[in-house]
Every structure is written in structure tokens, then in C-alpha cells.
Design a protein around this ligand. Sequence first.
Ligand code: ATP
Ligand code: MG
Length: 408
Amino acid sequence: MQIYLVGGAVRDKLLGVATQDRDWVVVGGHPDQLKALGYQQVGADFPVFLHPQTKEEYALARTERKTGLGYQGFSVEFDSSVTLEEDLARRDLTINAMAEDDQGRLIDPFNGKADLDKRRLRHVSPAFREDPLRVLRIARFAARFHHLGFTIAKDTQDLLRLMADSGELQHLVAERVWTEMSRALGETTPSEYFKVLKRCTALAGLFPELDRLFGVPQTMRWHPEVDTGLHTLKALDWARAQTDDVEVLLATLCHDLGKGLTEATMLPSHHGHEQLGANLLRDIAKRMKWPKGPALLAETVARHHTLCHRLSEQSPVAVLDLLKNLNAFRQPSRVEQFGLACAADFYGRSGFERFNYPQRDLLSRYASACLTIAAAPFVQQGLTGKAIGAAMDQARVELLTELIGTDV
Ligand code: ATP
Ligand code: MG
């Protein structure tokens, strides 16, 4: 039985970047052997084991053959005669198909090292086609390594296009698509994920409401970049440079989806895109099975982001309404998240880097001030039930009136 380090850990070591986890392959081993050594079996479809101490993943070398639709339609062979090279051949990208033995020697049958040096994402073999999830994975690696100069090889791009055209991505379950997308949002250049999917036409099937934004014009004065899709991706990368909070990143990605529904006669103006987008997001979140937290922030940002841009024009009562809509008093972190997504919308416009966006801090200040209003004094005054809330709101409005007065 021989054990090799494989996949991301080998790639990241050669690349000189921090690795997230280490994966191992066991060649010539048998499940019983590993269990006897104290490894714990996980995974029902094929044997993956957790090391008794490190808890790292050890998988028996295996081959995979396509038998049906979707990423589950595989038959897997993992008897002890499967070689390391055979195991590496089933992997997605050449840079992910390298192994290292216990002497630190590189095993690299698909020239992954050369592709790393050339900053090239390239598929290992035509079998890449067999798993539509790989389209999302390669888009995610493009987002992760874009800043290092990586691009997708021409042949691989052609293959992605073929896979997208085949319609097989429609068989991916929503949860897997969410997992890939939410991880992609946290990569260094998340816009690349969506650009890769757009270029191979997969985005139209996976997320048509986002795909539709490309080519939709906006008013030049407020959006020198004009195109709504480009604006969205610029905003997303700006947000990512500030945070890795997936909720904020998703909300930034989705803040203008309503602009895809604007009547042609109204363009390049997008009156009412906030409500349209927020309502659309309810259906999208359900269909794409997004978790509740991110889905709700996305809807809130879509509905209220322009209010934040025009914060200085809002009355104290309107500001209080906005804070309540953000659930600011039960979930204060929502205000920060909302403000950041709104700032990303602002800075996601060509040339707007040189301007200030004071609304973000102002809104936080308003929220903090309102948070100092407690229920206790009103209860002591003898108020009960709804009267407590009403008195608190009154006090909040008075505070906001004072604050807003001093800001102008
Ligand atoms: P990360 O740094 O995100 O962990 P990774 O390359 O290690 O990147 P994993 O998802 O941990 O990615 O998978 C480990 C290895 O398994 C990959 O490097 C690749 O060789 C292989 N692999 C994972 N998923 C697939 C897939 N869908 N098709 C082909 N090979 C895959
Ligand atoms: Mg890994």
C-alpha cells in the first residue's frame, strides 16, 4: 500500500500559496486494511477515509465511468489494482492531477507543472465532459487564480461551450450550484466566475436573471460604464476587496437584477427596478435554493439600495422605516452589511473611485443612535403593549431629527 499527496495541496505548494486542506490517495490498499489501522470510513458511494489523528481525507485510488445523466451518473471502480496514473486521469484539471510521494517526488503524467508555469487551466482528458459540475469548478478556479495570471486554455474553453450547449448543466441539483457559487463569491476575483460562465453560455441556463443584465444600458451620468452586467461585476469585485461575507457579496451581485425587466421604451432609465428586483429575488432564491440569510439580505438590498444613495433626502421617519426594514434593532450587523453592499453599488461605476460615499457611515451612525433607545424607561413610566414601541419610535425619530439636523 502506497500513499500519495494529491490535488490542491500539490498544486498550491508548487504555486507557493496557502492550501486549504490536504487530500491523499491510497494505491494498492483495501478498505479493511485502512479500517484496521484506525481510519474511519466516510462517503457511501466510494471509500474515503479519515486519518485517525489528522482527520485528513484518504481515498482509495479509483476510476470513474460515465453511466447516466448528471454528476451522479458514474460507476466507480476502486479495487486495489487501480494505479496512481489511472486515478489522476479521472481528475478535472491538469494542475489538480499531480501527486507527490513520501520522498517529495512529483508524479505529473498530464504536465500539470508546465500548465502551472504557463498559468493555464486545462482539462486532463475528454472525460472532463462527463461531469457538468466541472464547468462550475473551473470557473471557480479562474476566479481564485485570476490575479496570478491564469486563463483557460482554448481547447478547454471550447469544451466548456460544448458542455453548456448540451444542456447537461440543467441536471445539476440546486444545492451543488449554490455551493459552487457561494465559494466562488469568496474567491479573490469573483467576477471571473460569472465571466467564464457567461463566455461559455452556461450562465443563461444557470442564472438567466443575471445573464440578461449584459447588454442592458443605464444612464451615462450615473453609470459611465453603461452596461448593467459590467457594473454588477465591478461592484462585486469592489465588495470582495472589502469583505468575504457571502451574504454581502450575493446581495451586491443581485442588487440590480430588476434592471433586466425594464421595458425597452424606458431605457436607459430604470424606474422601479428596486421593487421588480426584490420581487424577482423571492422566486430566484426559492428556485436556486439559497439559504435564508443570504436570500433575505439580497432581497433587502435590491429593494432599498437607492434609498441609501439618497439618504440625505430622507426624513427622520423614512430613515427609521429603512432601519426597521433592515431589522436593524434585532440584527444590528444587517446595517453594516447593507451599507457595504450599497457602497459597492456606488463604487462599482467607472471613475467613481474618486468620490466619497458618506451614506454608509451615516446610516451606521443613525442605527447606533437608535440602538441607545431602550424599552425600560417607558415601562417604568407605566406604558404597556404597543404603547412602548410607539414611544420608542417617537424617541428614535427625535434623535434622528437632531442628528440629521447636525449633518447638513
Ligand atoms: P481546494 O483548494 O478548493 O480544496 P482542490 O483542488 O483540493 O481545491 P477539492 O474539491 O478538494 O479541490 O478536490 C480535490 C481533488 O479532487 C481536486 O484537486 C481534483 O483533482 C479532484 N476533483 C474534485 N472534484 C472533481 C470533479 N468534479 N471532477 C474531477 N476531479 C475532481
Ligand atoms: Mg482540496
